[in-house]
Design a protein around this ligand. Structure first.
Ligand SMILES: Nc1nc2c(ncn2[C@@H]2O[C@H](COP(=O)(O)OP(=O)(O)OP(=O)(O)O)[C@@H](O)[C@H]2O)c(=O)[nH]1
Ligand SMILES: [Mg+2]
Length: 343
C-alpha cells in the first residue's frame, strides 16, 4: 500500500517526505518515485509500556513515497503521471507560500488528474472502435461491449467532473474500472504548505471538503524545528507566535485516508501494532500476523486498551468481564487489543 506525496514542482513534497520519514530523498533520483517508511504513532503505548514492561516494542509502519513534481504547463508530465498510477492514496501538497493561491492550485491539480485519466479512457475507446471494425469471435465481442459501455460511463463522469457513483456500475464493470487505475478515483487528502512565518494556520481550513481531510503545515519550519532541542523550540515558537503541526496527527490522518487502521497485541515479550484494512474481521487480523493463525483460527480474546489503562492490569479486566471471546467475523475497532487462539 503506497501513499504518495504528489503535486507540482517545488510544492514542498520532498521537504514533507523528509519530515515524515526522517529520510532525505536522493536528489539524483528526483525523476522517479522514492519510498521510505514511517511508524504509525499509537497514543496508548506509553501507558501500555508501563503496564507490560515489554522486552520489545514494534510499531506498524506505512510506506510513504516522494514523487517527481508535475510541470504546471503539463510539459513532460506523462511519464510522471504514469508513475503515480501505482500509488494507492494521494497526499496532494499545495503551496501557499510565495504568493501561491491555494484554491487555484487545488483546482488546477485536480483538473490535471482528470485530463490524464480522460486520455487513458479516450485511447482505450479508440482502440476498441478499431478492433470492432474487424470480425471478432462472439465471446470476445461481448467482453469488448462491456468494456466499451464502462468506458463511456467513465468518460461522462470525468468530462462532467462528477464523481463516479459505485452503484452506477456492475461488479464486472467495477473490476474493469479498477484496472484503469484512474488517478482521480484514488483516496485524497490535502496538505497546504504554508509560509514559514504564518501565524494563523486555521484560515486554510476553508479549502477542505467533506471527504477530503486537510492539514496546514509549514514544511520548511517543521524541518528547522527538528534540529532544535525542546526548550529552544518552544521558546522560538512562542517568540515568533507560531504553532508547530503535530506529526502524529498527520500520520494518523494519512493512515485513515488510506483506508487502513491498526490493532494491538500485548504481552511481556512484545507490545506491537499491526496494520489492517479498516473494518476488517478478526480472521483477517489473524492473517496479518501469520497465515497459520488464520487457518487454525479458534477464537480471539479482545479487550479495549483504554479499559486496561484505566484498571491497570489484566486480572482486574477479567474480574470485570471486560475480556471478550469473539468469533472469526468480529469487526476490529480502534484501540482493540487482541490475542488469537488457534490450532
Ligand atoms: N517559503 C517556503 N518555502 C518552502 C516551504 N517548503 C518548502 N519550501 C522551499 O521550496 C523549495 C522546494 O521544496 P521541495 O520540498 O524540494 O519541493 P518538491 O515539491 O519536492 O519539489 P520537486 O521535487 O521539484 O517537485 C525548497 O527550496 C524549499 O526550501 C515553505 O513552507 N515555505
Ligand atoms: Mg522533490
Amino acid at each position: 500500500m503506497k501513499i504518495g506525496l504528489v503535486g507540482y514542482k517545488g510544492a514542498g513534497k520532498s521537504s514533507l517526505f523528509q519530515w515524515l520519514t526522517g529520510q532525505q530523498p536522493d536528489p539524483s533520483l528526483s525523476h522517479s518515485i522514492q519510498s521510505a517508511t514511517a511508524p504509525i504513532p499509537e497514543s496508548r503505548f506509553p501507558e501500555l509500556i508501563k503496564i507490560y514492561n515489554p522486552k520489545k516494542i514494534t510499531y506498524a509502519s506505512i510506506e510513504i513515497v516522494d514523487t517527481p513534481g508535475l510541470a504546471p504547463d503539463q510539459h513532460g508530465n506523462s511519464s510522471k503521471l504514469a508513475q503515480l498510477r501505482e500509488i494507492n492514496t494521494l497526499v496532494i501538497v499545495i503551496p501557499a507560500f510565495n504568493n501561491a493561491e491555494p484554491q487555484t492550485e487545488i483546482n488546477k491539480f485536480n483538473d490535471d488528474l482528470v485530463i490524464a485519466d480522460l486520455e487513458i479512457i479516450l485511447n482505450r475507446i479508440e482502440k476498441i472502435q478499431e478492433q470492432n471494425k474487424r470480425p471478432v469471435p462472439k465471446s470476445e465481442h461481448e467482453k469488448l461491449e462491456l468494456e466499451y459501455e464502462t468506458l463511456l460511463i467513465l468518460q461522462n463522469a470525468l468530462e462532467n467532473n462528477s464523481p463516479l457513483k459505485e452503484n452506477q456500475l456492475s461488479l464486472e464493470q467495477l473490476r474493469l474500472t479498477k484496472g484503469f487505475r484512474l488517478l482521480s478515483g484514488k483516496p485524497q487528502m490535502l496538505i497546504i504548505n504554508t509560509p514559514d512565518d504564518e501565524i494563523n494556520l486555521n484560515q486554510y481550513q476553508k479549502y477542505s471538503k467533506p471527504d477530503i481531510p486537510l492539514i496546514p503545515i509549514s514544511a520548511r519550519l517543521e524541518l528547522e524545528l527538528e534540529s532544535m532541542n525542546q526548550t529552544d523550540k518552544l521558546n522560538f515558537l512562542e517568540e515568533m507566535q507560531l504553532t508547530s503541526t503535530d506529526k502524529n496527527l498527520v500520520l494518523k490522518t494519512i493512515l485513515d485516508t488510506s483506508g487502513q487502521m491498526t490493532f494491538i497485541t500485548a504481552g511481556e515479550k512484545e507490545l506491537r501494532t499491526w496494520l489492517i484494512p479498516k473494518d476488517c474481521a478478526a480472521l483477517d487480523a489473524a492473517a496479518a500476523i501469520h497465515t497459520d493463525m488464520a487457518k487454525g483460527f479458534i477464537r480471539a480474546e479482545v479487550f479495549k486498551a483504554d479499559d486496561l489503562i484505566r484498571l491497570k492490569n489484566e486480572r482486574a479486566l477479567k474480574a470485570e468481564n471486560l475480556i471478550r471471546k469473539e468469533p472469526k467475523d468480529y469487526i476490529i475497532k480502534d484501540g482493540d487489543v487482541l490475542l488469537f487462539h488457534f490450532s
